[in-house]
Ligand binder design. Structure first.
Ligand SMILES: Nc1ncnc2c1ncn2[C@@H]1O[C@H](COP(=O)(O)OP(=O)(O)O)[C@@H](O)[C@H]1O
Ligand SMILES: [Mg+2]
Length: 289
């Protein structure tokens, strides 16, 4: 079982009537600094995230992406600087911030022993959502997990786990969602499924802050991209703005080779329910051995 204390921190029950009337931005970060002993990880980070947009925070391993996400989700206190999430100050109003957000960490937080449906029902109960079972079933259907809902998560593929993880984070309809490296470790098809989920969230008006090490992910998904490097945001703009930072494109003839990803996807085809079922069967065999 997962630690219930941790779950309650991550999924506190929403307060009714906690409507906020504040207007954009959904996230405002000013001068955030954080050190771990002598390691000065964040040296003054500033940026805004517009309501209903997808914002990609790019950075290499160890750049401080998770540290910033943990600060914004009130799990870690900054040494300096301020941030507002959904109009609430992370220092003065951490409870209200937690009511507005959900966090999907870099490592799937699903409980292996429980079934997919039981995981969802548990979180729905923690968040005091009405009709937890109906909410769970709705999310299973929405994330292509209806058939797998009654099986233990231990038998799920990596992509299925990540989808369940994101489904869990949507319970209670948070207005801001943090996805910390949502596709790290996933195969190309599962990555595309997660991308589609993120696009769907943004289309529905949710603000998404995602961190990634993958340039193509930021390019495909984000309305705005910031690069965190050596403790600071070194660029922050739309893809078009970022492109203008490079010298103007020159036209030259290049015979374009397909990327390995295109080759892979054309050979294995799009992820179909049949592919999921095959993955599940394999996982079943593993489980009964
Ligand atoms: N609890 C901690 N104690 C000490 N150092 C840490 C801790 N958490 C992270 N770090 C260090 O801080 C740096 C940034 O880590 P992190 O925020 O996880 O980066 P990213 O998510 O971009 O990979 C890394 O060098 C990491 O080793
Ligand atoms: Mg990280």
């Amino acid at each position: 079982m997962l630690d219930l204390g941790l779950l309650l921190t991550l999924y506190p029950p929403p307060k009714r009537g906690a409507m906020n009337t504040t207007v954009p931005p959904a996230i405002r970060i000013k001068g955030i600094e954080k050190s771990y002993k002598d390691l000065h990880v964040l040296k003054g980070v500033d940026f805004d995230v517009a309501r209903g947009s997808v914002f990609a925070l790019l950075g290499s391993n160890g750049a401080g992406k998770t540290t910033l996400v943990r600060i914004l989700s009130t799990l870690l206190k900054p040494d300096a600087g301020t941030a507002e999430v959904d109009g609430f100050d992370i220092g003065a109003d951490p409870g209200r911030v937690r009511e507005s957000i959900s966090l999907t960490g870099q490592f799937a937080a699903v409980d292996e022993i429980l079934t997919g449906r039981e995981n969802l029902v548990m979180i729905a109960r923690l968040r005091q959502v009405k009709e937890p079972k109906a909410v769970a079933n709705g999310l299973l259907a929405r994330f292509g997990l209806a058939d797998a809902g009654g099986r233990r998560v231990a038998t799920y593929s990596g992509g299925m786990r990540r989808r369940l993880d994101i489904a869990m984070s949507l319970i209670g309809e948070p207005s801001v969602i943090f996805l910390d490296e949502p596709t790290t470790g996933l195969d190309p098809e599962a990555r595309i499924e997660v991308w589609n989920i993120v696009k769907g969230l943004a289309d529905a008006g949710t603000t998404v802050l995602l961190t990634t090490q993958y340039l193509d992910e930021a390019e495909k998904l984000a309305d705005r991209i910031a690069i965190l490097h050596q403790g600071r945001i070194i660029v922050d703009g739309t893809l078009a703005e970022l492109r203008t930072l490079l010298p103007a494109a020159t036209v030259e003839y290049v015979e374009r080779q397909p990327t390995l990803e295109e080759v892979f996807l054309s050979l294995v085809g799009d992820r179909s329910p049949a592919a999921d079922q095959a993955a599940e069967k394999d996982a079943d065999k593993e489980g009964t051995r």
